[in-house]
Ligand binder design. Sequence first.
Ligand code: 9D3
Length: 262
Amino acid sequence: MKLAVLTIFPELFVPFWEHGMIRRAVEADKISASAVNIRDFAEGRHHSTDDSPYGGGCGMVMNAPPLAAAIRAVRSGMPGARTVLLTPQGRVFTQDIARELAEKEGLIFVCGRYEGIDERICQDFADDEISIGDYVMTGGELAAMVIIDAVTRLIPGVLGGEDSAEKDSFSEGLLEHAHYTRPRIFEDEQVPEVLLSGHHRQIGKWRLESSLIRTFLKRPDLLANRVLSRTESEILRKWCLDIENILRAQSLSGADPLSGKQ
Ligand code: 9D3
């Protein structure tokens, strides 16, 4: 996959391309990555890329001509690429969108700065508009990095077997189970015994329970929007029974706060 980022801060991307998974993906020829300076496409003595808004008001708007020239130049070397505008007004980025983008032959990310980009660029040049969430940043560069990170790891052969998309789909829609590694005892805290037992079925069951309880406690919205597997429903139903038993024992001992008695 070919990746290009159009920005007035291309130097922000130098360390990004040069480390970790992205670097390995470039070295393995799974992706090519470049950051293009929009300023290089600006005319005039100052190569300025922004101006005050028509109609008045504070702040600056990115000029259309340098952006159009930059997009055209980059597109000519990336036939079939999707041009993605990073903007707070875009659709909110999700893992589904990451999977969608991972199918593309090329992605051109256009990073806005200031108050925004001239509307004619949004209308005439953008194939897609994406936001990474409802909070205010100062530009699209970090959003581009977030999306590139999430998309690159989905490209076949980029990650080693262990963390591949295979596993993603296995427990899809649940938070991950708890993880432990050496040492066995850390500040008086033990690693759960079952993980040391070598019983792979029991370990699998423990991990699913761990996933379910963490999702229930931290992200109940994920559980509500999910079709539960049979084992998952069984685990949840067992918790229900356990809780009912605890409550029943309470009411027998007369400690039930709902009964109105002591
Ligand atoms: C001060 C101007 N803002 C009114 C509240 C509008 C605004 C314009 C430009 C807010 C942020 C930005 C810069 N942000 C991005 O370019 C951006 C972004 C973001 O701020 N949040 C989440 N995703 C993204 S993608 C691009």
